[in-house]
Design a protein around this ligand. Structure first.
Ligand SMILES: Cc1cc2nc3c(=O)[nH]c(=O)nc-3n(C[C@H](O)[C@H](O)[C@H](O)COP(=O)(O)O)c2cc1C
Length: 305
């Protein structure tokens, strides 16, 4: 997730456990070959973050070979093609969801990517622009036929707000059409949501979005409760998680990046508190990391979990 699933948060996820596969935020394929991976906030990673899938934002097949070459050098464990991002700027570039609207372009991209790597090659899609089962079926089967190994589905239409109840039942349909594993995404914030989602769609796995930013221990809880993983119930102290996050971003990112990343994270993490909007607005209004740290400490003193 852009601005969120960088190395700091991924390390926190890994610390709690229960994650089968981590992912980077979306990475512009055409910029990848010239990025310096030791300082780029998008590419910095540690050995703790494994296995790690790199998500590519790509608009033409010409961008694929150099990007995949860069990902091989970065020792990616898997490569994901973003075909679901509805952002206007991304759409204008021809990437993200625009690829679902241009299936032949998407096909050329998948063919080129399949030719270029033996790593697991996955794709992430949305449902479509509207209820059109036939078009969706053709798109999904095209991905499978051209060599996609696993498909993640954000169960909402292009223009649907994140607040809308996801349409998990469509994931069940997609599963019927395909032989490759299908991963369900959208609206999983609790163990109960995960159970409900699996009951409705029978997906082969779950991808957590915002729920994992609110509760970075959610993977561990779901892995223990639903997948019988031998994981000790996570002991969670919200101030400890938050301060850990601050320490990691201070360690990993240049000063100009830190506050922005903290604000993004806080926007979601504050949802753990009844009066979380106070934490969020105080951090949004902070001018420095020091000020943000002090404001957060004061908030934690007055608000227990
Ligand atoms: C701030 C933000 C950034 C996101 N960035 C990405 C991204 O880089 N790549 C991607 O595939 N999806 C991205 N998404 C979409 C999420 O991965 C996920 O599909 C969506 O939030 C629905 O899942 P959820 O309801 O569990 O949050 C982003 C969502 C948000 C809110």
């Amino acid at each position: 997730m852009a601005g969120l699933t960088h190395s700091a948060l991924r390390q926190i996820f890994s610390g709690f456990g229960g994650v089968g596969l981590l992912s980077t935020e979306m990475l512009w394929a055409k910029r990848l070959p010239t990025e310096n991976s030791s300082i780029s906030p998008y590419l910095i990673r540690t050995v703790l973050e494994k296995p790690l899938s790199y998500q590519l934002l790509v608009s033409t097949d010409r961008e694929i070979a150099p990007a995949i070459d860069a990902l091989h050098k970065l020792q990616a464990d898997a490569i994901d093609l973003n075909m679901g991002c509805p952002d206007r700027r991304v759409g204008k570039s021809g990437g993200g969801f625009a690829l679902m609207e241009q299936p032949e372009n998407a096909r050329r991209i998948v063919i080129e990517a399949r030719k270029g790597t033996r790593l697991p090659l996955t794709a992430k899609i949305r449902l479509s622009v509207e209820l059109n089962g036939q078009a969706l079926k053709e798109f999904c089967t095209m991905l499978e036929d051209e060599g996609i190994d696993m498909l993640s589905v954000h169960a909402r239409f292009k223009e649907e707000s994140f607040a809308r109840t996801p349409r998990w039942e469509w994931i069940a349909r997609i599963k019927e059409w395909l032989r490759i594993p299908v991963i369900a995404n959208g609206g999983i914030f609790t163990v109960q949501d995960a159970k409900d989602c699996l009951r409705v769609c029978g997906a082969d796995g779950l991808m957590l979005g915002r729920g994992a930013v609110v509760k970075p221990w959610l993977f561990a809880e779901i892995a223990r409760e639903l997948y019988d993983c031998d994981i000790v119930g996570p002991v969670v102290s919200l101030p400890v998680v938050y301060n850990n996050f601050i320490n990691l971003i201070n360690e990993l990112f240049g000063p100009e990046r830190r506050l922005g990343r903290l604000k993004e994270f806080t926007h979601h993490f504050a949802g753990n508190y009844k009066f979380g909007h106070q934490l969020s607005s105080r951090i949004q209004g902070s001018k420095s990391m020091e000020e943000a740290g002090e404001r957060a400490a004061l908030f934690f003193e007055n608000n227990s979990f």
